[in-house]
Ligand binder design. Sequence first.
Ligand code: MRU
Length: 356
Amino acid sequence: MKIKGKEYKTIWFENNIVKIIDQTKLPHDFVIKDLKTVDDVINAIKTMEVRGAPLIGATAAYGIVLALIKDNDQSYVEQTCKKLINSRPTAINLKWAIDRMRSKLKGVNSSEILEIAIKEANYICEEDIKFCKKIGLNGLNIIEEIYNKKKDTVNILTHCNAGWLATINWGTATSPIYHAQQKGIPIHVWVDETRPRNQGANLTSFELNEENISNTIIADNTGGILMQRREVDLCIVGTDRTLSNGDVCNKVGTYLKALAAKDNNIPFYVALPSSTIDWDLRNSKNIPIEERNSEELSFIEGLDDHGNLKKIRIYPENSNSLNLAFDVTPAKYITGLITEKGVCSASEKGLSKLFK
Ligand code: MRU
């Protein structure tokens, strides 16, 4: 997708360096950052210079490449894999990507291992692009159906950033939107601000603007009234981990939007590539929910009158705050899952039909 009219992917590998778009600088600055070591990769994932489930998986895969460039000793690489998996706990794509690299590299001799690792990490990225594009085409049918009935602008609500910046390209929740726009369907997106880190306002709105898609940022609590007023036709969100029973773990606040959508009889879809399915965990209570630094709540960053980036405290210094980063939406509130293989019900049966 485009930034200032130029096509980008979120990550690429060049001259033994991992190149990323530093998302902590968006929307005010566009900075391409070099990751040269595994520690750079772990830091980029932890500080959310890269973020979004598919993108952190791909970044971790390149982390193994950087580890191998330094030293291809088995125990060092294994130690690195563990550190990478632990860098953010909730999105399953991290473990998925590391497991895939591990199994590809198992038993490979040291003269070939680096070349094979680079190829596999590149392939993880290419596959993600292909899958996100297919998600877009499958989700397009849903939008088109609504448009054919309504014959007017389709209003879509999304939460957090499940856009191309969270993947390698296209995005998950946004891919059907980009495909609808390309087909000439009039679209307007309600963008949940997504406190505390404002991924909706800073990233989703930014990327939609760059692609000339009409969008409006709303405070996270506004979705309910818009749904009551029938100003939302459809919700599409992403996910960090979807269980085989269809329960969806995504950015905190997703659950409340799903409840409001259910109460107002508005379709609520979740878009995901198969790398986000956790086939092992049976109970969503066992999903590790990331708790981030409470300063993400009590401080806010933005431009001052002179255009300088400033970070200011917005809460009383002696107040406590709690920063849970994700929540779980039970399958019963989800109209369907939009995947690279098609759209299915959020259930064991639905997912098995497509993937097993
Ligand atoms: O904490 P973040 O910004 O990494 O959370 C990201 C999300 O919750 C996205 O919706 C999810 O990763 C899906 S990305 C295609």
